[in-house]
Design a protein around this ligand. Structure first.
Ligand SMILES: Nc1nc2c(ncn2[C@@H]2O[C@H](COP(=O)(O)OP(=O)(O)OP(=O)(O)O)[C@@H](O)[C@H]2O)c(=O)[nH]1
Ligand SMILES: [Mg+2]
Length: 479
């Protein structure tokens, strides 16, 4: 069994980031078998968390305690409260409604009040407000919070940042903080999960915000795991579909879309970090993923999908119709239909791929399925067709016996950036809404052009690789 201690934290920005953060902590607690009711007995502990070597070490990844976390097992929220256990979370929003729930809700004792930062009334869906106005006003305070949180870590492994790109605070302030992190913690990786808008937007200026934030993501993030609301909505509506529900529209009308969509994102994040947190035969650390999957700087946008898809809080998992057998789990994870982003990762050239199994997936299951997969796919020539990182974590997600996460860095990612640029140009051609940005001190009109240029560079970087062919490299000659 591998024993290690890694420490990560989440840094949430804006409404979306904090709502995903709000969904994150109950599921982390569920993974550790901690009951949400304040007074339940240990008899009802889920089976998967019963004495598992390494569970205590795993607990340190996302939690700290001023008195140190002892080897006792926590069973309820009251146990955590008594031991002064705190989530390693920094929650920032320039509105106060979402973060206020962390101060007063069921998990109020779990959040360190000094790591919650709010203001009023938000960034008005304007990246420039978030990046420049709030970035300069709060940059130093945020750095202090991050430094204090980092000091509570024995081995800071990475920052996990969550925000949407469509609004002002997450995309603006969130992306400004990436630069602050890079300057002050140059050796600590910055992983970002960002939410791209669905397209039929509730935020008219979202194409500007997305393009402006993408420049920062490209220059200052170590690795980005983008998801988009369109793909998430379709996945949720498929999972919950019934006879009376008419597709995505019916699903939106009858369910709580963000709630479900966020829980899929959280499942992906928990799976992604599982190798850094739990024991396993072939553990993959987060920084290994980054090293193996990003061959060139900036081309660090990774498509993800999980199988089976499930809502952890629903009664029956996996949901009816979802794959259970190992081979089905793998083929579903590599299918176009289960991606958390509207790109077809297998349609292009693969720059790097990782597959992470949790639970009872065996090495044979892995090998058999990877061989099948590699025969079908096109990998960039320098990988000799087998650029596949493999990870196995022995602890399954709660309620399941096994699951598979697929991560692919693919030239198909160019389609995401093409789409983003098209939406941007539609607005920018008429210079619609730009006066809101231009009146923000620190923002210049050239920011639009330079951000679009960065976007094109990333798009071209990926597009070029679509056509790349193997070349014969002449032998080195001794002169
Ligand atoms: N998946 C998901 N998307 C969300 C959620 N909340 C908002 N969004 C999306 O995020 C985008 C808007 O960004 P917000 O996160 O609301 O904005 P913000 O970062 O708070 O910035 P301002 O409100 O402008 O200060 C839109 O595309 C929304 O559809 C959520 O909980 N989950
Ligand atoms: Mg907001």
């Amino acid at each position: 069994m591998s024993e290690f201690l890694t420490v990560q934290g989440t840094v949430n920005f804006g409404q979306c980031g904090n709502q995903i953060g709000g969904a994150f902590w109950p599921l982390v607690l569920q993974e550790h078998g901690i009951q949400m009711q304040r007074d339940c007995s240990s008899k009802s502990q889920p089976q998967h968390i019963q004495p598992h070597g390494g569970m205590h070490e795993a607990f340190h990844s996302f939690f700290s305690s001023s008195g140190g976390i002892s080897e006792q097992s926590f069973k309820t929220l009251v146990d955590l409260e008594n031991a002064k256990v705190k989530a390693r979370a920094v929650c920032i929003d320039m509105e106060d409604s979402v973060v206020a729930r962390f101060r007063t809700g069921q998990f109020r004792h779990l959040f360190d009040d000094t790591c919650l930062l709010t203001n009023y009334p938000g960034s008005g869906n304007n990246w420039a407000e978030g990046f420049h106005t709030h970035g300069s006003e709060y940059g130093e305070r945020i750095l202090n919070i991050l430094q204090r949180s980092a000091e509570r870590c024995d081995q800071l492994h990475g920052f996990l940042c969550l925000f949407s790109l469509g609004g002002g605070t997450g995309s603006g302030l969130g992306s400004a903080v990436l630069g602050i992190l890079e300057d002050n913690f140059p050796l600590v990786e910055r992983y970002v999960t960002c939410v791209y808008p669905a397209g039929n937007e509730d935020v008219v200026t979202s194409p500007y915000n997305v393009v402006l934030a993408t420049r920062e993501l490209t220059h200052h993030a170590s690795c980005v795991f983008p998801v988009d609301n369109k793909a998430l909505l379709e996945l949720c509506s498929r999972l919950k579909s019934s006879k009376d529900m008419h597709g995505v529209a019916g699903y939106i009308a009858t369910c709580k879309p963000f709630h479900d969509m966020n829980s899929i994102v959280v499942n992906m994040l928990l799976h992604l970090t599982s190798g850094s947190r739990f024991p396993g035969n072939m553990n993959v650390d987060m920084n290994e993923i980054h090293n193996n999957m990003v061959p060139f700087p900036g081309l660090h946008y990774i498509a993800s999908s999980i199988s089976p898809l499930f809502f952890p809080t629903s009664g029956r998992n996996p949901a009816p119709g979802m794959p259970v057998k190992p081979d089905d789990l793998f083929s579903s994870a590599w299918s176009h239909d289960t991606q958390l982003l509207k790109v077809d990762p297998l349609g292009g050239m693969i720059l790097g791929a990782t597959v992470l199994g949790r639970g009872s997936i065996s090495v044979c299951d892995m090998r058999r399925n990877i061989d099948k997969f590699q025969r079908k796919m096109r990998f960039v020539p320098w990988t000799c067709g087998n650029a596949m990182k493999i990870g196995m974590c022995s602890v399954p997600p709660p309620g399941l016996t096994s699951s598979v996460l697929s991560l692919i860095n693919t030239s198909s990612m160019s389609s995401l950036f093409k789409d983003v640029a098209q939406k941007f140009n539609k607005l920018y051609r008429r210079k619609a809404h730009i006066h809101h940005y231009l009146q923000v001190p620190g923002f210049n009109e050239e920011d639009f052009a330079s951000s679009l240029e960065t976007l094109h560079e990333v798009e071209e970087g990926y597009t070029k690789l679509t056509k790349i062919k193997g070349e014969t490299v002449p032998r080195l000659q001794v002169l």
